[in-house]
Design a protein around this ligand. Structure first.
Ligand code: NDP
Ligand code: X2W
Length: 352
């Protein structure tokens, strides 16, 4: 029998934590050994999420006082609110340095401490780990992820924008100073804790932009686009809140470099993602729908020329809880633990 990896999920009573449990229960090489919660510590997972009642799962415990060494976990998924995470991961790795960590929060995504402080409003509290962490956009950083002890899983909006744009910037196919990302997210992107802004009555039958000109994912986009282009890049990014549960759709406007066409962009992306199990390039001119990826770890990307000369439009979709969070986290964990990259992630989208 194959030896299973002992897995911890911190924040299992939240949306991304529950998605890790949903996918993890069907993972052939995971043993879900530790599940934590904050307000819901002490409860059974099935009392918090009745969909798990038929399955045997450990009780939710508080993260405080966990004996990391005694738990001997092979890998921990950390799905806690950002800023909470850095001290928890620091304690964990001090006590159990051989445990691998995939952090779903934003705490370790920015490699520059000054950028972190500027965007999050306080100094980072685990600087050594911040510089050790590998940015976990799997298709771009696969080699680094394999060897990492701590992976910073990217944000959901950023995954949707970076997968199409990084290869185009690297290949100098688009102008780096003329990128516009108009992105929409489903409500689960805001997490499960109660907030006025996410009440049904505030969100249904309406649609709004938020974080306009200052959303914190801009820092992550600047970092990755600048690295890919080899020069400073500042993209325009505007997120919107959609009254649906799951899904991100990013409509991206780009200016072509002189000798390039929109068909060239599609060719570059098709070459880059040829053979990738979780990125699908649509035929030129075809466009994706959030329903085509719901519940799956797939990203779908469409490209077409704008009517304006020299401009192209790219549309990218993913499920914010899967490829935008827990699915990509498991994809990274599979690489770190030497499992097949697709293990536990072979679900096809739930349609309609
Ligand atoms: N939702 C999404 O689409 C995405 C989320 N992320 C990131 O993933 C992380 C988790 O997000 P999400 O699942 O949506 O969040 P939720 O608000 O749904 O869940 C948060 C979890 O953390 C626990 N928790 C809250 N505060 C503390 C604390 N002080 N100490 C220990 N545990 C605590 C909660 O426990 P309890 O419920 O018991 O209070 C809950 O289990 C966040 O950092 C988020 O930014 C990343 C990409 C996409
Ligand atoms: C709809 C919604 O509120 N979305 C979240 C982004 C969720 C995400 O990707 O993640 P991180 O928090 O991990 O960066 C927001 O705009 O802050």
């Amino acid at each position: 029998m194959v030896k299973k990896a002992r897995i911890g999920i911190l924040g299992a009573s939240g949306y991304t934590g529950a998605e890790l449990v949903r996918l993890g229960l069907r993972h052939p090489q995971f043993e879900l050994a530790v599940l934590t919660a904050d307000r819901k510590a002490g409860q059974a997972m099935a009392d918090v999420f009745p969909q798990f009642a038929p399955f045997s799962l450990p009780k939710l415990v508080s993260v405080d006082g966990l004996d990391w060494r005694a738990q001997a976990l092979d890998l921990v998924f950390c799905a806690l609110p950002h800023a909470t995470t850095q001290l928890v991961v620091s304690d964990l790795l001090d006590a159990a340095p051989a445990t691998r960590v995939v952090d779903l929060s934003a705490d370790f995504r920015l490699s520059d401490p000054a950028a972190y402080e500027q965007w999050y409003g306080h100094p980072h509290q685990a600087l050594a780990l911040q510089s050790e962490a590998v940015y976990g956009l799997t298709e771009i950083y696969r080699k680094e992820v394999k060897a990492a002890r701590l992976v910073a899983n990217p944000g959901c909006y950023t995954s949707a924008a970076e997968l199409p744009l990084i290869p185009l910037l690297k290949r100098k196919a688009i102008e780096p100073d003329a990128i516009i990302i108009d992105a929409k997210s489903g409500m689960t992107g805001a997490g499960r804790s109660a907030k006025e802004a996410t009440l049904f009555s505030e969100v249904s039958e309406g649609f709004n932009a938020y974080g306009v000109a200052h959303h914190r994912h801009m820092a992550e986009l600047d970092q990755e686009f600048s690295k890919a282009a080899g020069q400073d890049v500042i993209a325009t990014f505007t997120p919107h809140l959609l009254p649906i549960n799951r899904g991100i759709l990013a409509t991206i406007y780009v200016k072509l470099r002189k000798d390039k066409t929109a068909r060239d962009l599609r060719t570059i992306l098709a070459e880059q993602y040829d053979g990738e199990p979780f990125v699908h390039m649509l035929r030129y001119g075809d466009m994706p729908h959030t329903r085509h990826v719901r519940g799956s770890n797939m990203v779908m990307i469409g490209v077409v020329a704008d009517r304006r000369d020299g401009q192209a439009i790219i549309v990218s979709v993913l499920d914010n809880l899967v490829k935008g969070a827990s699915g990509q986290a498991i994809q990274n964990a599979n690489l770190m633990l030497g499992f097949p990259e697709t293990a536990g992630l072979e679900q096809i989208a739930l349609f309609p």
